[in-house]
Design a protein around this ligand. Structure first.
Ligand code: HMG
Length: 387
């Protein structure tokens, strides 16, 4: 039985900062960011946006196409959660008026959380093929100002309908997994930005890639990297995916170059790191920029600092290209409001991290907004400015 992604949609934040503006204002050669990291812009949330509003936007688009019949679970993956107890998906459930008879849970393990949620959804659907599961990965990557991570910020969400007989991409059952306790990137409860050992994190990512590949190869005797037509890797910034690709090619003796990852890299360079959603932005990028992949095997690599990784395999369905709308995604990205460096830094400084009462200004053009905090509880609402 085929189980996998039947529909997929994306959302991002209201603003975008061009990387050259950050570089020029901080005295860095812009080529370091645009060539060295491979990034063009990052998305910046408005004060009335967060992980829940971006996820609500993506899920609303998704269920507009698929409906909610037989949806029995909503899995929300994030590492920029808005509450320590209540799952972000429960806010989203109320905001979208989703059916009561669903289980709603939050998943966390840094950027790997989206893949953990997807694998659990696949297992539930395999157990009962009548059921469907909504998986949504949504994050705001926000680093300390003037830190090396600052140019790799971003914001975005990806929502997926997981079902039997998927119209976009079946996911194969056998995967390779790997866990190693390493302090490369973490965010303690009292900090709104992560602690990062950037170069250690790159090494940990590459080690976790070969670790997951080795486990995959042990469970699939005779597999070769040349069995895969394309690869999509977790992409905190474009160059990291290129480094991962070179690592696998040299590890396996596969002589192929970046042409087999290129189509999966377009959107991450525009939105920045979306943590749990980053790999899935890459998959959407591949499927919207390469229409000849039906039936091929696509190698997918997910990494979450800390560190957990998984190598798994997608197989695009016969008519997948009819179910992904690249023009709509391009329009969403182009509609973001461009901001200058000082506006970006003011937004960065302004973000509330406490639960005092406050109301947010009306800024976002997205369909749902974060209205502020009242009686210590976060309030969300439909955006009356959007028809
Ligand atoms: P850095 O140390 O300031 O940068 O920050 P660098 O000196 O390593 O330079 C970066 C690249 O730019 C290099 O390319 C330079 O040569 C090049 P490379 O040699 O590596 O190919 N460069 C230039 N190129 C053209 N013209 C120039 C120029 N100058 C330099 N003038 C670092 C880089 C990644 C450390 C930093 O951005 C950072 O800390 N980022 C956050 C951590 C991160 O993204 N790590 C990635 C792996 S871990 C991961 O993916 C998990 C994560 O998503 C979190 C989670 O799981 O939740 C982050």
């Amino acid at each position: 039985m085929n189980v996998g992604i039947d529909a997929i949609s994306v959302a991002t934040a209201h603003y975008r900062l061009p990387l050259p503006a950050l570089a020029e204002a901080t005295g860095v050669d812009p080529n370091k960011y645009t060539i060295g990291l491979g990034q063009q812009h990052f998305s910046v949330p408005a004060p009335d946006e967060d992980t829940v509003t971006m996820a609500a936007d993506a899920v609303a688009q998704l269920i507009g196409r698929t409906g909610t019949d037989e949806v029995r679970s909503i899995f929300f993956a994030t590492e920029s959660s808005v509450d320590q107890s209540k799952a972000a998906g429960v806010f989203l459930h109320g905001l979208l008026g989703l059916p009561e008879h669903v289980r709603t849970v939050e998943f966390k393990e840094a950027c790997y959380g989206g893949t953990a949620a997807l694998q659990c959804a696949l297992a539930l659907v395999a157990r009962n093929p009548e059921e469907r599961v909504i998986v949504v990965a949504s994050d705001v990557a926000r680093y300390a100002i003037d830190s090396p991570g600052e140019p790799t910020q971003g914001a975005g969400a990806v929502a997926m309908m997981v079902s039997a007989s998927p119209r976009i991409m079946a996911i194969e059952q056998k995967t390779g997994v790997y866990t190693k306790d390493v302090n490369d990137f973490w965010r303690p409860n009292d900090s709104s930005t992560p602690f990062v050992l950037g170069h250690l994190s790159m090494d940990a990512y590459l080690d976790a890639f070969t670790g997951a590949w080795d486990d995959f190869a042990a469970r699939n005797p005779g597999v070769k990297s040349t069995d895969f037509a394309r690869f999509v890797h977790h992409q905190p910034f474009q160059k990291m995916a290129r480094k991962a690709h070179r690592q696998l090619m040299s590890y396996t003796g596969d002589g192929r170059g970046d042409e087999i990852i290129e189509a999966g890299l377009h959107y991450s360079a525009q939105v920045g790191n979306c943590y749990t959603a980053a790999l899935y932005w890459g998959i959407v990028s591949l499927l919207t920029h390469d229409s000849g992949l039906a039936g091929e095997r696509i190698g997918l690599f997910s990494y979450g600092s800390g560190a957990v990784s998984e190598f798994f395999v997608g197989r695009p369905a016969a008519r997948y290209a009819e179910h992904v709308d690249g023009a709509a995604i391009d329009a969403t990205l182009a509609s973001r409001e461009k901001i200058d460096f000082s506006t970006y830094r003011a937004l960065h400084e302004e973000r509330h991290v406490d639960s005092r009462d406050y109301a947010t200004p009306h800024v976002t053009g997205a369909p749902y907004r974060f209205a502020g905090v009242k009686d210590h509880a976060r309030r969300y609402e439909r955006n009356k400015r959007v028809a």
